[in-house]
Ligand binder design. Structure first.
Ligand code: GAR
Length: 189
């Protein structure tokens, strides 16, 4: 049996896609969602999927052991950041070293770091006339977007592409590859 913690600050479409992909191997009680945003759509998805959700404040995250304790007591095998926008605190990074992964919607080290998330990344890619972009799935350390890369997948960016076009291509790559990486980490072949 495996248990998966998923952190998300936004829509949570990747979180839901991972749950759906692992449906045959895990139950909804094997997942736990975490969010810092009470109004984000991931809250609704948790309800719909019957997955436990913990909402936390910045103070609880950085100045208490609340989330660390839930993660340790829950015996989570893997922590997945799926559109989670806060830096993981050191206490969690150290306790789960090598068991936290993040997805970033660009080819790191390009377009990474604090403030580079979601649509901002695709707007910068288009503004710089890049001919390709992609996704990076990587282990998480104490810095933004710097841990060891697990997988990168590329897509072409055409001169006519808008940020929304790039976002769609990235979304497709994320949907295709992220759940497989999660599965491979949980049950290595
Ligand atoms: C995803 O594109 C993910 O790569 C990005 O946020 C989106 C979340 O979408 N993450 C970052 O930008 C992290 N720096 P979702 O909420 O629909 O899964």
């Amino acid at each position: 049996m495996s248990k998966v913690a998923i952190f998300a600050s936004g829509s949570g479409s990747n979180a839901e896609n991972i749950v759906n992909h692992l449906k045959g191997r895990l139950k909804s009680s094997d997942f736990h969602f975490f969010t810092n945003k009470p109004d984000a759509y991931v809250n609704e998805r948790a309800r719909k999927l019957n997955i436990q959700l913990t909402l936390f404040s910045k103070n609880e995250f950085y100045n208490s052991d609340k989330i660390l304790k839930i993660l340790i007591n829950g015996n989570f095998d893997l922590i997945v950041l799926a559109g989670f926008l806060w830096l993981m605190p050191l206490n969690i990074v150290q306790a789960f070293n090598g068991r936290i992964i993040n997805i970033h919607p660009a080819l790191l080290p390009k377009y990474g770091g604090k403030g580079m998330y979601g649509k901002r990344v695709h707007e910068a890619v288009v503004a710089n006339n890049e001919i390709e972009s992609g996704i990076t799935i990587h282990f998480v350390d104490e810095n933004y977007d710097e841990g060891k890369v697990i997988k990168q997948e590329h897509c072409a960016v055409l001169p006519s592409d808008t940020a929304e076009d790039v976002e769609r291509k990235i979304h497709d790559l994320e949907f295709k590859h992220f759940p497989k990486v999660v599965e491979e980490l949980l049950w290595p072949r």
